[in-house]
Design a protein around this ligand. Structure first.
Ligand SMILES: Nc1ncnc2c1ncn2[C@@H]1O[C@H](COP(=O)(O)OP(=O)(O)OP(=O)(O)O)[C@@H](O)[C@H]1O
Length: 595
């Protein structure tokens, strides 16, 4: 059976639970597992997949809980209105906090989440109308079409339905154009921006989505407990939510349930047993959790879900997700393509470009040009400034001076996304791929700007036609680059040379006019180099221009129309490969030392 179907089948079993002759305590535990799993799921998306660590999620649970508690408990409004109101309050707060917080990177981001988590906690405990630290009570139970949902069994059904809905939305979202962009966030800014992904926008999106899920959990919690106070929304709980996501498997959607179940079950058992063992009351379970997390981080950093999934995969290997359509889907021909420039027309004009890093001039008044169909090699010794030149052309770095024009338009100072949109595709010297994802998904990321469906359409599975077209396009580029047999292989398990080819296929998905290849032949075997040279010749014949940095001189001399040689940031020579090869200055500075 398909792994995804099996997962849903197992999930459906949770709905049988309340009908079994179990003690009511089990239903209570089941309710809390469901509530926590909803928050942990948001953290899987935000922290595990998007790479943004948050300790402050409990505060958004509090926003959802307090909003509905105040509206329904104090103002007497319908509890069902408390849900959209809570989502609105949490969503707006998350958009506001997120727009400031997600700009931070490294350890500053988790520190900031601790800061606003604490602030909101103290706010709940200080505000008079929220009952200060005593909180609010008298929250009415939920009722649906006259059906009273106050019984724990009824709330269980609602909580797990909500969890199922969130899982469905998140899984759909992740299997889409937006999902690929979200997965790319964890690799830093450079690669996703070069693929046309607006990283700031997607970071705020997952921040808001995680807050909305936390808020939903808060709404359910308030109507289950019928009273709220600040304590369950403090930093302690924020850390526990993160533990749950880590224990389940931080990047694993289904791991959220596993983590919440293990932590909740363990906590209730430890709270029972440890005081008996030590003969006194206290929060001993937190000490055990602390030790457990350290051991987990030492020995099973990926959490429990991958371990379970691995065991299952040994029994039945999972079918790859997503799959490329077998034939061109309807409307595929309509995927926008650029109009091609006339052969030989001027594409790229670099005029006295420079880049200074403090006192170091890494690129010093470099000038050269590329025409449609040109294959030009940018060569030079280590540290000559070639990668910096690439970064200026692709918008990763802003130039300190000079002018760069592409198709007649000034592009110096434009961001990587805009430059990519104009038709410059690139690969990286140090491969930037999503190692755990299939080659198909990695390559499809390059087609990000050729799709338009937003995250809502993706979460609701309404963009399947566009998605099929993007995947078909990616599959075509993979076949074109000779990697068809690796279409569904995780990119990280390919040889380094093949990973470089995956990057080229990804760049081709954006339908570029100019391709910047940074050391594409490094790590390739002879046959693979010949295949790559064949591909570049084919691209040239199609009118694409290629600028490549490469240290393999046989490869470069065979393939290029012209060479530009850099040394200490400046242009040392430019001309036909056979002329440059014999240039005395080039021989002295570079080629003399190359085998
Ligand atoms: N972000 C940066 N900050 C400071 N200095 C930098 C930065 N990036 C590059 N440099 C410096 O600029 C110079 C040119 O580096 P660059 O990586 O462009 O050379 P390269 O020709 O690509 O070398 P290689 O062939 O080894 O990749 C080097 O002295 C390098 O240390």
């Amino acid at each position: 059976m398909n792994t995804r179907r099996l997962q849903w089948l197992l999930f459906a079993w949770f709905f049988v639970f309340p009908f079994l002759p179990l003690p009511p305590y089990w239903i209570t535990i089941g309710n809390y597992i469901g509530l926590y799993a909803i928050v942990a799921l948001g953290l899987v998306l935000l922290t595990g997949i998007g790479g943004l660590t948050s300790f402050g999620q409990a505060a958004f649970v509090g926003l959802g809980a307090y909003t509905t508690a105040y509206l329904s408990g104090v103002l007497g409004v319908s509890p069902w209105l408390g849900l959209p109101a809570g989502l609105l309050v949490s969503g707006l707060s998350a958009a506001l906090i997120g727009s400031v917080t997600v700009r931070l990177s490294g350890h500053f981001l988790p520190l900031a989440t601790i800061a606003w988590g604490l602030s909101l906690y103290y706010l709940f405990g200080t505000l008079e109308f929220l009952g200060k630290y005593d909180g609010l009570s008298g929250i009415p139970p939920l009722a649906l079409f006259g059906l009273d949902l106050s019984a724990p069994e009824a709330m269980y059904g609602l909580i797990w339905l909500c969890l199922g809905g969130c899982l469905w939305l998140v899984l759909n979202l992740l299997d889409s154009r937006s999902g690929r962009a979200i997965r790319a966030l964890a690799s830093g800014r450079t690669m996703p921006e070069a693929m046309g992904v607006d990283t700031a926008q997607y970071k705020i999106l997952i921040f808001v989505l995680a807050a909305l899920m936390a808020s939903l959990s808060g709404w359910l919690y308030a109507h289950l407990q019928r009273s709220v106070s600040a304590t369950p929304f403090g930093l302690n709980m924020g850390i526990e939510y993160l533990f749950m996501a880590v224990v389940g498997g931080i990047g694993q959607v289904w791991g959220a349930i596993l983590g919440a179940a293990v932590m909740t079950g363990l906590k209730s058992q430890l709270q029972d047993w440890l005081p008996r063992l030590f003969g006194s009351q206290g929060n001993f379970e937190l000490v055990v959790f602390g030790v457990m997390i350290v051991l987990l981080l030492l020995w099973a950093r990926q959490g429990l879900w991958p371990w379970l999934a691995g065991a299952w995969a040994r029994w039945q290997p999972p079918a790859p997700l997503p799959l490329a359509p077998a034939s061109a889907p309807a409307g595929y021909a309509g995927l926008a393509r650029r109009s091609k420039p006339a052969p030989g027309s001027l594409l790229l004009d670099v005029d006295a470009a420079r880049k200074a890093f403090g006192g170091l001039l890494a690129v010093k008044d470099m000038s050269f040009a590329l025409r449609a169909g040109d294959v030009v090699g940018l060569i030079g010794p280590n540290g000559a400034g070639k990668s910096t030149m690439f970064n200026l052309l692709s918008g990763v770095l802003p130039p300190s001076g000079g002018a760069i024009r592409f198709c007649g338009e000034r592009i110096d100072g434009l961001g990587a996304r805009r430059i990519m949109e104009l038709g410059i595709g690139r690969s990286f010297q140090h491969v930037h791929l999503l190692a755990q994802r299939s080659v198909l998904e990695n390559v499809a990321l390059g087609a990000h700007r050729r799709g338009h469906a937003g995250p809502l359409a993706a979460a609701l599975h309404l963009e399947r036609h566009e998605e099929a077209r993007l995947l078909h396009l990616a599959a075509e580029q993979i076949r074109r680059c000779g990697l068809a047999e690796h279409m569904y292989t995780p990119a990280g398990s390919l040889a380094l040379g093949q990973q470089r080819i995956v990057e080229i296929a990804r760049a081709l998905c954006s339908d570029p006019l100019l391709l910047l290849l940074d050391e594409p032949a490094a790590g390739l075997r002879l046959q693979e180099k010949q295949a790559l040279a064949g591909l570049i010749r084919q691209l040239k014949a199609e009118g694409m221009a290629v600028l490549l940095v490469e240290h393999d001189m046989d490869f470069v001399m065979d393939l290029t129309d012209r060479l530009v040689v850099m040394e200490f940031g400046s242009k040392l020579a430019e001309g036909l490969p056979e002329v440059v090869r014999n240039d005395a200055a080039v021989l002295a500075a570079y080629l003399g030392g190359i085998e």
